[in-house]
Structures are given as structure tokens and as C-alpha cells.
Design a protein around this ligand. Structure first.
Ligand SMILES: *[C@@H]1O[C@H](CO)[C@@H](O)[C@H](O)[C@H]1NC(C)=O
Length: 173
């Protein structure tokens, strides 16, 4: 009897131990997934040869990225408030992600005349508008869960991303 309830208690406590961090760890994993997708997008942008056919995989990259930004936002919304360690790792991942986003948008701006030559300017503009809205949603979700001491970092990250999107959207308007 005692042995059995100890086993149950042990199982329950194992369950409790693993139930807490899972959601928060998945937000970090989600951000890492988004990071690696922006990396592929950037490498596809910089290596693009200006042909319409080879632009198609880029549109697929954008679709995948949009889906995964939404997943990261949903998981953040569903997560409990981030504790100290999670806030630190999530803030640091978001910082790296924003640096990469700024680089990627710069690289995209550099391709604007080639994009115009194949008639995809307005397609890119509308993708940029969508990605900006989704990124803003993700940042607000993260801001609502992160510890208050990280809010200034989050605000400056959001400003850097917004300004890079504004420049890129202007180049494709
Ligand atoms: C996350 O929560 C915010 C604030 O409640 C809401 O506006 C947004 O639509 C939610 N996003 C997702 C993808 O669930």
C-alpha cells in the first residue's frame, strides 16, 4: 500500500516537475526555429540570381516563417509568465533574432531592382506587411510574459525591427 502510494506520489511529482518548464522551453525552441528559418531566407535572398523561377522557393520560405512566428506567438500566449532564467534566455534569443532580421531586411532591400525586374515588388511588399504585423504580435506577446527588468531591452528590439521593416516596406512600396 505504502509502496504503491509512494510510486504514485513519485510519478505525480515527476509529472509536476516536467509540466512547468515545458511551455517556456518551447517558446525558446520556437524562437530558435524562427531564427533558423530567417537564416535560410537570408541566404536564399543573398544567393538569388534574379530569375522568377528561383524566386518561388523564397515565397515558400516566407510562408513557413509566417506559420512559425504564429506558433511562437500562440505558445507565448499560452505560457505562464517567464521566470528569471527564462526571461534572460528568451531576451537574448530575441536580441539575436532581431539582429538577423535587420540584416535580412537590408539584404532584401539590396535586391529591390531585381525583384522589380521580375514583377514581384507588390508580392514582396505584402509579405513584408504581413511579417511586420506578425513580428509585432510576437514581440507584444513576449513583452507580456517577460520579467519587467527586460522590458527596456524588448522595447529597443521592437524599435529596431520596426525601423528596418519601415525602410524595407518603403523600398518595395
Ligand atoms: C496573443 O494574445 C494577444 C493578446 O491577448 C492577442 O491579441 C493575439 O491575437 C494572440 N495571438 C495568437 C497568435 O494567439
Amino acid at each position: 500500500m505504502i509502496g504503491k502510494s509512494l510510486t504514485v506520489a513519485a510519478l505525480l511529482s515527476l509529472n509536476l516537475v516536467s509540466a512547468g518548464p515545458i511551455v517556456k522551453r518551447s517558446v525558446l525552441t520556437d524562437l530558435q526555429t524562427v531564427y533558423s528559418e530567417v537564416q535560410s531566407l537570408d541566404s536564399d535572398i543573398t544567393s538569388w540570381n534574379g530569375q522568377l523561377l528561383t524566386a518561388l522557393p523564397l515565397l515558400t520560405d516566407v510562408d513557413t516563417l509566417e506559420t512559425d512566428i504564429k506558433t511562437a506567438t500562440t505558445d507565448t500566449n499560452n505560457s505562464a509568465a517567464f521566470g528569471d532564467a527564462d526571461s534572460a534566455s528568451i531576451a537574448s534569443e530575441t536580441q539575436s533574432l532581431s539582429t538577423l532580421i535587420v540584416t535580412t531586411l537590408d539584404d532584401l532591400v539590396a535586391q529591390a531592382s531585381k525583384v522589380a525586374a521580375v514583377g514581384l515588388t507588390s508580392t514582396v511588399e505584402s509579405s513584408l506587411e504581413d511579417l511586420k504585423t506578425l513580428s509585432d504580435g510576437l514581440i507584444s506577446a513576449l513583452e507580456s510574459k517577460i520579467e519587467a527588468s527586460y522590458l527596456p531591452t524588448a522595447t529597443s528590439i521592437a524599435a529596431a525591427i520596426d525601423s528596418a521593416f519601415a525602410t524595407a516596406i518603403a523600398a518595395y512600396a
